[in-house]
Write a protein that binds this ligand. Structure first.
Ligand SMILES: NC(=O)c1ccc[n+]([C@@H]2O[C@H](COP(=O)([O-])OP(=O)(O)OC[C@H]3O[C@@H](n4cnc5c(N)ncnc54)[C@H](O)[C@@H]3O)[C@@H](O)[C@H]2O)c1
Ligand SMILES: O=C(O)[C@H](O)COP(=O)(O)O
Length: 526
């Protein structure tokens, strides 16, 4: 049975799903050295934002197949290191969207009405109604930096509170922003005009310290800034200095450059600052959502199925996956087959996506074909995550073409590879919902389902050749399960595809090509 390590606090709903297929160990609060010591035992790791999955951890995780992040941000995971090792990294892109957005909205209102400090003063026994006079958000300007899932929800709710909305997001169209009721503006203008600035962007090299002494100086002295996105987007030292000097009105932070927050000037500031310990996703509802979402993906990957929200398998979103799933196996089988026909050291792989597969959405099929192609060399070490990198590192030139006009089946895949045994090609399609059929080998039309052990011959179409091959195989005790000949013209060149029950014994290929009329023979194991 597989083993899963859960190293951050995850809702029981997720643990229950994992337990269907694996032994689950919940070990929260492990020190990096402790995690390093035990990670080698596990097939999957499930985390939130507290566990740092470094390159060292990934390298020690020799059995790891998947790292599941029960939340959105994967900045605590060395994703490139996982990708190189072929480990799938999955997250829950939407499970905590509402929770994080509502936390940001709560911060806006709490900051405006000094709720935390007023509450603390009453609890201390005071009844001070003068120190906590607040501000209304109605008719104020909210600047939303990052108009993605969370930013859009914040904007939509803020609109209903009567706020004017400005937004900055270089990757969002003006139309989309207008749909949400936001005016897209340049960042400087947003900084200058906003009464509230709320951040909903990822932490990237471009966004690190986006809020710094220079940008803070552009804001209104009354501006309040909210960060429920990622620590490090704000330069905390510069923010504390600006708050102290009265150059900015307030700040509400849920995330910090270093978590847990250590010694910080921010802790000593008054009611103009609210600090929460990374609680954006901490609602009962969000925790159930993310735990189920990620546990299901871990379960699927452990069962050999693809994950729907893998961050390191581009293009394999849930909708695409649903449509392409049956074709992934076809692409993999054809890749494996053509790789063996072409022999080792494949230099070029031509992939033509035909018929209904001739769309950009079919990109994962290219990855699946590469996975199949590399299987002979890498076995279980190649997967959807690292197939493209491995192909690149082996210097395989991949040429993709699309041809929607080829419509002999709904969708067909044509692969041609050049390797040590020359250039060979295969074409395949699905019959019915998911039955894989080879429809062409080396340009000769055939119609056979692939089987585990196969033999292909290139021969002259002439009387007696099938009988001679059958007798030869019989003399080596090889049982033929099915056989089909593909030819273009009578008595011209032809291809024979045989499914056999066992692997071909050593040396028999040399005997086969001695049969008069047979020019070449290839055996493959799929
Ligand atoms: N505090 C929490 O507990 C909590 C919970 C969930 C998510 N988050 C964080 O919130 C942030 C937003 O999450 P989301 O789900 O809305 O992500 P998302 O991907 O849906 O949206 C991010 C948006 O940022 C935009 N963007 C990227 N780079 C930008 C840049 N340089 N300037 C302006 N915009 C840029 C993108 O175009 C996108 O629209 C992430 O950092 C995520 O990790 C925090
Ligand atoms: O990226 C996220 O999903 C949030 O930062 C939530 O983090 P958490 O799961 O550790 O609460």
């Amino acid at each position: 049975m597989s083993k899963v390590l859960v190293s951050d606090s995850i809702d029981q709903a997720g643990i229950d799903i994992l337990s269907q297929v694996a032994t689950v160990d919940v070990k929260i609060g492990l020190k990096p050295a402790q995690l390093l010591e035990i990670i080698g035992e596990y097939d999957a790791l499930m985390i939130r934002s507290s566990t740092r999955v470094t390159q060292e951890i990934i390298e020690a995780g020799t059995q790891l197949k998947i790292i599941g992040r029960a939340g959105v941000g994967v900045d605590n995971v060395d994703v490139p290191a996982a990708t190189r090792r072929g480990i799938v990294v999955v997250n829950s892109p939407e499970g905590n969207t509402i929770a994080a957005a509502e936390h940001a909205l709560a911060m806006i209102l709490a900051l405006s009405r000094h709720i935390p400090d007023a509450n603390a003063s009453v609890k201390r026994g005071a009844w001070d109604r003068n120190s906590f006079v607040g501000a209304e958000v109605y008719k104020k300007t909210l600047g939303v930096v990052g108009l993605g899932k969370i930013g859009s929800h914040v904007a939509a709710v803020a609109k209903t509170m009567g706020m004017k909305l400005l937004a900055y997001d270089p990757f969002i169209s003006t139309e989309r922003a207008e749909q949400i009721g936001c005016q897209l503006v340049e960042l400087d203008l947003l900084f200058q005009q906003a009464d509230y600035i709320t951040l909903h962007i990822p932490k990237t090299p471009e966004t690190t310290h986006l809020i710094n002494a220079t940008t803070l100086a552009k804001m209104k002295p009354t501006a309040r800034i909210i960060n429920c996105a990622r620590g490090g987007i704000i330069d905390e030292v510069a923010l504390a200095a600006a708050l102290k000097a009265g150059k900015i009105g307030g700040a509400a932070l849920d995330v910090f450059e270093s978590e847990p927050l250590g010694e910080s000037e921010l802790r000593s500031l008054g009611k103009e600052v609210i600090l929460t310990p990374h609680l954006g996703a901490s609602t009962a509802e969000a925790q159930v959502n993310v735990a189920i979402d990620v546990a299901e993906q871990i379960r699927d990957v452990l069962l050999g199925l693809p994950a729907r929200s893998a961050v390191n398998i581009p293009g394999l979103g849930p909708d695409v996956l649903e449509e392409l799933k049956p074709y992934m196996q076809l692409a993999e089988t054809l890749g494996n087959l053509v790789g063996q026909l072409a022999g080792g050291r494949v230099e070029v792989l031509n992939i033509r996506l035909q018929g209904e597969l001739a769309t950009n959405k079919s990109q994962p099929l290219v990855v699946a074909a590469l996975k199949g192609l590399l299987y002979q060399a890498l076995r279980e070490r190649v997967n959807y995550v690292n197939a493209s990198i491995e192909a690149k590192e082996r210097g395989i030139r991949v040429i993709e073409t699309r041809d929607a006009s080829i419509r002999d089946y709904a969708g067909t895949l044509h692969l041609e590879a050049t390797g040590t045994l020359g250039t060979h090609s295969v074409t395949g399609a699905l019959l019915g919902e998911r039955e894989i059929h080879l429809t062409d080998v080396d340009g000769f039309p055939i119609n056979v389902p692939p089987s585990k052990y196969m033999l292909f011959t290139l021969h002259r179409d002439m009387p007696g050749i099938i009988g001679k091959l059958g007798s030869l195989l019989g003399s080596f005790n090889v049982n033929i399960a099915s056989m089909q000949v593909g030819r273009k013209i009578v008595r011209g060149d032809a291809v024979m595809a045989l499914s056999i029950d066992d692997p071909l014994p050593e040396g028999i290929l040399d005997e086969i090509i001695k049969v008069p009329g047979i020019r070449d023979a290839y055996t493959v194991t799929l």
